[in-house]
Ligand binder design. Structure first.
Ligand code: TYM
Length: 333
């Protein structure tokens, strides 16, 4: 039996190296394996949980599609579509929000981080966002969900919701309980300015992240300016406990070089940081620069990107409609 892969990315602009190494690079590998049926969703409903400029949203959706394709996802092999065009997502999210418990959502750390001290002013959508994510996944009988480490808790919630729905309505295995696909090492890429914070689209300083649309000079400059410390490169993994920024850069190097952390340490031990940074820049430019160029090229052909979405929406809709019809029957509508 083939695997059913589903994952989503928010179209909030500034897709970065964290999104790429934590998620999109894995999407490409999964897309290339003929055992998998992959669906990659541009989650515009999730995006509006935080204020978006309505004049930019559509283009940000296209940019996310362009990023998928430029990174190597083949729209002929995988379904690429945007969430708001398939109404079943919103419908399923409502029904599942009546299954999910407040206590479960109250534990979600990402809401606490995103809402911060302004919890009372956060949108209800931001709070219930993991339920919409569960709807996305469960509508497609997904078996595996490739994501970065920050989404792990949301996937556990999705599994709980699926199991509770199946129990409450006595429909054994009707909602497929999905497995997360999270890399063991480097599943959380950190900010280039602070090794204790995740690399993110929302951090104010652009120097904190490598954007997938950055050119060679920007990439080199950001690595040059990335925060480190005055010591030479470490000789042992243990030395990295107190050197979060260097650990993150070595992690990025290892991901791109397909080596583990220990092997990367061996390559550079005792050397100058500047020498390491230069090698890291070279690897990053080799990986990201072609993607960046391709994204820009694809963005010039909006009708091609819209066609990918249109095809994807049609295919996704036909799967999701069947599932939501059954869900409605099961709850008694
Ligand atoms: P989003 O748009 O924030 O991020 C997209 C993907 O990138 C990963 N990611 C990272 N990985 C490693 N290091 C980082 N610094 C980093 N930053 C982001 C995320 O883990 C994610 O895999 N709720 C999701 C989108 C979503 C979804 C879904 C995912 C909606 N429905 C269904 C899977 C299945 C989100 O906001 O991701």
């Amino acid at each position: 039996m083939s695997n059913k892969i589903f994952s989503g990315v928010q179209p909030t602009g500034n897709l970065h190296l964290g999104n790429y190494l934590g998620a999109i690079k894995n999407f490409v590998e999964l897309n290339n394996d003929t055992n998998n049926n992959c669906i990659f969703c541009v989650v515009d409903l999730h995006a509006i949980t935080i204020k978006q400029d309505p004049n930019k949203l559509k283009n940000n959706v296209r940019e996310t599609v362009a990023t998928f394709v430029a990174s190597g996802i083949d729209p002929k092999k995988s379904i690429i579509f945007n969430q708001s065009s398939v109404a079943a997502h919103s419908e399923a999210a409502w029904i599942l929000s009546c299954v999910a418990r407040m206590g479960w959502l109250n534990r979600m750390t990402q809401f606490k981080e995103k809402a911060g001290k302004e919890k009372e002013k956060a949108s209800i959508g931001l709070y219930s966002y993991p339920v919409l994510m569960a709807a996305d996944i469960l509508l497609y009988d997904t078996t595996h969900v490739p994501v970065g480490d920050d989404q792990k808790q949301h996937l556990e919630l999705c599994r709980d919701i699926a199991q509770k729905f199946n129990n409450d309505f006595k429909v054994d295995n009707f909602l497929q309980v999905p497995e997360p696909l999270i890399q063991k090492e480097f599943s959380r890429i950190m900010s280039l300015k602070d090794g204790s914070k995740k690399m993110s689209k929302s951090e104010l300083s652009d120097l904190s992240r490598i954007n997938l649309t950055d050119d060679q000079d920007q990439i080199k400059n950001k690595i040059k300016k990335a925060k480190t410390d005055p010591m030479p490169m470490p000789k042992d993994i243990k030395d990295l406990d107190e050197r979060l920024e260097v650990k993150n850069l070595l992690g990025i190097y290892s991901c791109l070089n397909n080596t583990n952390l220990q092997d990367s340490i061996e390559i550079f031990k005792g050397k100058n940081l500047s020498e390491f940074k230069e090698k890291l820049s070279d690897l990053l430019v080799a990986e990201i620069d072609p993607i960046s160029k391709e994204i820009k090229k694809l963005l010039e052909d909006k009708s091609y990107l819209d066609k990918i979405l249109l095809d994807g929406v049609e295919k996704a809709n036909s799967i999701a409609l069947k599932k939501i019809d059954r869900i409605k029957e099961i709850v008694g509508f």
